[in-house]
Design a protein around this ligand. Structure first.
Ligand code: CA
Ligand code: CA
Ligand code: CA
Ligand code: CA
Length: 444
């Protein structure tokens, strides 16, 4: 066949696929019954005085005040003509089984739900929001899986008599944790800045990528400021906002602002309380830190306590279990305390007190591992000799002796004293503990 003829046929073929996809999308979208639809609720605005009217501020009130506006891009050529990009609850199909969530996409309403978590130190609140989708879909077979959870973590200074604006946000994608902020803070070596924060009052405005292939897709989350747009037919999208009512989008064609849809907040505890099983076909999770799923890949989606962090000071699950560490290691000058007053999402507290080294050893460092999997790098460990000859241990920071980690109850922790070449230091001793916290951490 002539080259030019081949090219024309290719372009024609692509156009036909595109038009058919669009026609199919519209037929599907507007052909469905809309009883589930309620009137468009107003955005929930909760001031500090309103929250304090009963004398205390609950996690739910904190989550409501900072609840993000979400620009959710929709790729109409994938998954239920775009429905795969609608926010939903993890039990959207009426059960807590992970294995049927890909299959049920088109048989159940996708009522928008956003999960939240709140942790606190002396200086900050850490408020997380999590976005569930039944499918992480893509044009190519390799990039698809059942269930999908992505999220953000805000650092908010605790203020007397009012709500302060978030200072920074981090997200997670493909094992990397980009940070978004506007202050003069610097990133430490090996950490990544994603860009500036977009705020509407105290609310972040974020962008969720649609289903699709490679980095800029698969529901990864970015600040809406200068976000990188995935190619999506007609730039379709929904503007989700916290209206306190879980709705399914009535439309998604055209600009985000034309397609508002309210979401409801739900505590991350809904998922967290299921983290230790039942695992397998009759549970939401297939194992600790992974959703049960069988489409294209097995148990491929992770909740935040299973998210990787490939940066130098990151460790698996630290996104959720230790946000003070995650921020403190990545950003310089944020001045945050690493002493939690409350942390419901850490199951283990690792405390390292001191090391006794034999005379003459000058290259000692430590290695922390869990079930044979190394969490630390040599940069973590700051040894300083005390008056009695022993060495105090700072974990990346001279003043920090503790780490909060997410791991199963039967996790086997090991802390070894090693030489720079990785061999054990004979005759050395480390004083440390790994305490299991079945009910989370609460300062006495
Ligand atoms: Ca209150
Ligand atoms: Ca299900
Ligand atoms: Ca399935
Ligand atoms: Ca994803």
């Amino acid at each position: 066949m002539k080259k030019w003829l081949k090219r024309i046929l290719c372009v024609l073929g692509a156009a036909i696929v595109l038009l058919a996809g669009l026609a199919f999308a519209k037929a599907k979208l507007w052909g469905r019954p809309t009883e589930a639809r309620t009137a468009q609720p107003a955005r929930v605005e909760l001031s500090y005085d309103e929250a304090m009217a009963d004398g205390c501020i609950t996690d739910e009130e904190i989550a409501a005040h900072y609840a993000p506006d979400i620009l959710a891009a929709v790729n109409v050529l994938l998954s239920g003509s775009g429905r795969g990009d609608f926010l939903a609850a993890a039990d959207y199909d009426g059960d807590w089984l992970g294995l049927n969530n890909w299959e049920h996409l088109n048989d159940h309403p996708l009522l928008a739900t956003v999960y939240y978590s709140v942790q606190e130190t002396d200086t900050h609140w850490f408020v997380g929001y999590y976005f569930y989708h039944p499918r992480d879909d893509a044009e190519i077979w390799l990039d698809r899986h059942e269930n999908d959870l992505e999220g953000i973590m805000l650092a908010i200074p605790r203020a007397e008599g009012g709500f302060a604006a978030p200072q920074a946000m981090y997200t997670q994608g493909h094992g990397y944790v980009p940070f978004y902020f506007d202050g003069d803070w610097q990133m430490t070596e090996g950490s990544r800045r994603g860009g500036g924060l977009m705020l509407d009052g105290d609310r972040p405005v974020i962008y969720i990528t649609p289903n699709g292939t490679l980095d800029n897709a698969g529901h990864s989350v970015e600040s809406a400021l200068n976000h990188s747009t995935y190619w999506a037919v007609g730039n379709s999208g929904v503007r989700y906002y916290h209206g306190g009512v879980a709705q399914e989008p009535a439309s998604f064609n055209g600009p985000y602002e034309d397609n508002p849809c309210s979401y409801a907040l739900s505590s991350l505890d809904e998922l967290w309380q299921r983290r230790n099983g039942p695992y397998g076909d009759d549970g939401l999770f297939g194992e600790y830190g992974a959703f049960r799923g069988d489409n294209y890949e097995t148990n491929a989606a992770n909740p935040p306590w299973g998210w990787r962090n490939k940066t130098q000071f990151g460790f698996g699950g630290s996104f959720l279990s230790d946000p003070a560490w995650t921020y403190g290691r990545a950003m310089e000058g944020l001045e945050l305390s690493c002493a939690y007053t409350r942390n419901d999402y850490a199951e283990w507290l690792i405390t390292v007190e001191r090391v006794n080294l034999p005379a003459g050893v000058t290259d000692a460092t430590l290695r922390l591992s869990r079930d044979g999997w190394t969490l630390s790098t040599p940069e973590w460990w700051l040894l300083a000799q005390a008056e009695d000859g022993s060495h105090t241990v700072g974990i990346a920071d001279p003043g920090r002796q503790q780490l909060w980690a997410a791991a199963p109850a039967d996790a086997q922790w090991a802390l070894e004293i090693i030489h720079a070449d990785g061999t054990p230091v004979e005759g050395a001793e480390v004083v440390w503990s790994a305490a299991y916290l079945p009910d989370g951490y609460q300062a006495k």
